[in-house]
Design a protein around this ligand. Sequence first.
Ligand code: ADP
Ligand code: MG
Length: 249
Amino acid sequence: MLINVKNLHKSFGDLEVLRGVDLEVPKGNVVAIIGPSGSGKTTFLRCLNALEMPNAGQYEFHDGFKMDFSKTPKTEEILKLRRKSGMVFQSYNLFPHKTAIENVMEGPVIVQKLKKSEVRTKAEDLLKKVGLEEKMHLYPHQLSGGQQQRVGIARALAIQPELMLFDEPTSALDPELVGEVLSVMKELAREGQTMVVVTHELKFAEDVADHVMFIDGGVVVEQGPPKEILKAPKEARTKQFLDRVLNPS
Ligand code: ADP
Ligand code: MG
């Protein structure tokens, strides 16, 4: 296992958003998380990156790094956890006043305190990898949504995270731009990058994920291999959700 998450709880005031979520991810696996809007998917991903602090639960990495959220974590633990995972956001979250390559260099320079000269070649390689060799010096507003999201992926990869987290990375894109982002993600999966992906792209989940988790109301309703969960779900709630995604009208 690369990570093992146990009994994760998160509340915002009186609202209990995550009510005991468990997840194990073997190294090199892709986990797809599906579920209705408001079910806690984003909150769960943000907890895995310590962008939200869970109220309870444990999070363990294969190297023995462990966090127990029933105690207040130390700042150095939070920073260590953040360096282990790269997050790709639904709305890209690029710095608007920085070029593509400056966005990619930001993490290694600011977080890892590396020199710009050391980081530049690696950032160029990452932008080549996501097919943006020609666009390195453009600002986000000069790029299409699909290009911006590919910069977002390169930026998340720049700290060489053990785990990549994707929060509905294609849901803000025009339909014709979805494919270019999914194919970058497919390539990462093929290279053995461990990934947790919140997505409504069921075809992607079926083709690329090793494991699918259906979450509703802050609990895991069912999880298992994509063929089982997407094609032969046991739970009525899962069936109903899949039906709505496949037949929106
Ligand atoms: P999903 O990504 O599955 O749509 P979210 O994790 O974004 O769901 O949200 C789950 C619930 O938590 C929603 O009811 C949402 O309003 C609430 N929520 C999320 N973030 C916050 C926050 N920072 N403060 C208060 N409520 C929040
Ligand atoms: Mg969400």
